[in-house]
Design a protein around this ligand. Sequence first.
Ligand SMILES: *Cc1c(COP(=O)(O)O)cnc(C)c1O
Length: 225
Amino acid sequence: MSQLKTALNKLYKQLDGTGAQLVAVSKYHPAEAIREAYDEGQRIFGESHVQELCAKVPILPDDIEWHFIGHLQTNKVKYIAPFISLIHSVDTFKLLKEIDRQASKCGRTIDCLLQLHIAKEETKFGFLPEELSAMLSQEEWKELRNVRICGLMCMATNTDDEQQIKGEFHEAHTIFEHLKATYFTDNDSFKQLSMGMSDDYPIALSEGSTLIRVGSLIFGERNYG
Ligand SMILES: *Cc1c(COP(=O)(O)O)cnc(C)c1O
């Protein structure tokens, strides 16, 4: 069995019974690698660059669910609005409004996750917990008819300290539950907690992740050249 098949099947076993789903992160990997995972049954793929994603979509099967997981510039939303299934990385209200506007032009509703900044690093994008509460406590987002807020996404600090990672994922889950209970009581669509990558997905699953985003474990090291 190829390394890709072995890795995918191991992940499927670990996900079995958890209710969580796998986003296979295919950024920087060629369409052939995606096709190989597709042939194993994988249907959700995550990409983080608009141009790369738009080049892959037309040459791969129509029933792939494409997720956008990287930092998204407002001026690029229009390129992915016609087909994107879920945008994990909404990090400003301005971006959410632009996704709504472009979705409306396409006659669609686009599912979105709000990116929570939880890591103890300056470089990560996302809302601070208090910024999320501040945004959701205002009514403006409820007027956006063409986006559906389906939950949160976060990244843990890039560290070997498993206790710290566990603590951050735990905090993300607590915030998720709090926001759900406060702002989404009559809204079943707020149910996704996207967290966990190749190095920390087992910890994320133990802390209630519903979507793990795994790349290098499946596809190998990325070639950024
Ligand atoms: C690249 C990326 C991943 C996957 O990372 P791996 O370590 O290769 O599993 C997950 N989430 C985001 C936001 C990414 O940019």
